[in-house]
Unconditional design. Structure first.
Length: 278
């Protein structure tokens, strides 16, 4: 493959798996990382990988990273549910604008693949709000700078072979066999989860690079939608959880208080996440 691809957020869970998949197809990959020391050794051995240490507020490193690339996967983001210390805005909005500004200065034709979240349609969180704003910023920029073609990917709840991510969180919470497991199952059990397995996600992302018609469009990347109870039933059948939690009194009131405290204290967990559904 002759395409050169930039991946921001390359040290993240999706970033690492995506780079591994791109290298498998012999793409030239540029990885932008905040800390070179955290880059996994199993990636650093490839002659097709160039690693640049920098961040979205370092315009010099952005300019270096953008040079001669054909595709940009913008995965770098702060993933916190609620704004705290202005970090969500600094990275997810100002960082995005800095990266797009670097694209404009290079003045090169490229695809800009912006990693958004399925939550922009589903959740009332600061993270979802900023991602929706990021989608608009990306579209407006590409309209004014037609050399850059956007692709927006709304990514679902990612999980992997080790059951990490959303599936892992459900397993961990249910197996606690406490008030949290009870509320998850009995109060939030009908809440939907929009699941995408990591290996399928990276295949979908690479497919967008190969598809010449996948430009100036928005894609929802999910495999299936399950309720919490559906997922727990499946996990029980796979013997990954020990049993179904007992119902407790006042569970509905408890989750309302828990959600309120999460917003006030700027802290979120699986229960708060599910309770923030629109």
């Amino acid at each position: 493959m002759n395409k050169k691809i930039l991946v921001t957020g390359a040290n993240g869970h999706i970033g690492r798996n995506l780079i591994k998949r791109l290298l498998k197809d012999d793409y030239q990959v540029v990885a932008l990382v905040r800390d070179l020391g955290k880059m996994p050794a199993w990636l650093l051995g490839s002659s097709n990988l160039e690693v640049i240490e920098g961040n979205l507020n370092d315009k010099k490193s952005l300019k270096q990273a953008i040079e001669e690339v054909d595709v940009i996967f913008h995965l770098a983001a702060v993933l916190r549910m609620f704004e705290k210390n202005n970090e969500l805005y600094q990275t997810n909005i100002l960082g995005l604008k800095n990266l797009l500004g670097a694209c404009k200065k290079v003045n090169r034709r490229a695809r800009f693949i912006f990693a958004s979240t399925i939550d922009v349609e589903k959740k009332e969180t600061d993270y979802a709000r900023y991602k929706l704003k990021g989608e608009k910023i990306t579209k407006d920029f590409c309209q004014k700078n037609p050399k850059i073609k956007y692709i927006i990917v709304r990514i679902g709840n990612v999980w992997g072979e080790g059951k990490e991510g959303m599936v892992g969180s459900v397993i961990e919470t249910i197996n606690k066999e406490n008030w949290q497991s009870s509320i998850l199952y009995h109060v939030l059990g009908n809440k939907p989860l929009y699941l995408v397995e990591m290996k399928n996600l990276v295949e979908k992302l690479v497919g967008l690079v190969k598809n010449p018609k996948a430009t100036n469009k928005t894609f929802s990347l999910i495999d299936e939608t399950l309720t919490v109870k559906d997922l727990v039933w499946r996990l029980k059948k796979q013997k990954l959880i020990s049993g179904y939690p007992k119902k407790i009194s006042f569970g509905g009131i408890i989750i309302k208080i828990w959600k309120f405290l999460g917003r006030i204290l700027k802290r979120g967990d699986l229960l708060v996440y599910l309770a923030c559904e629109k």
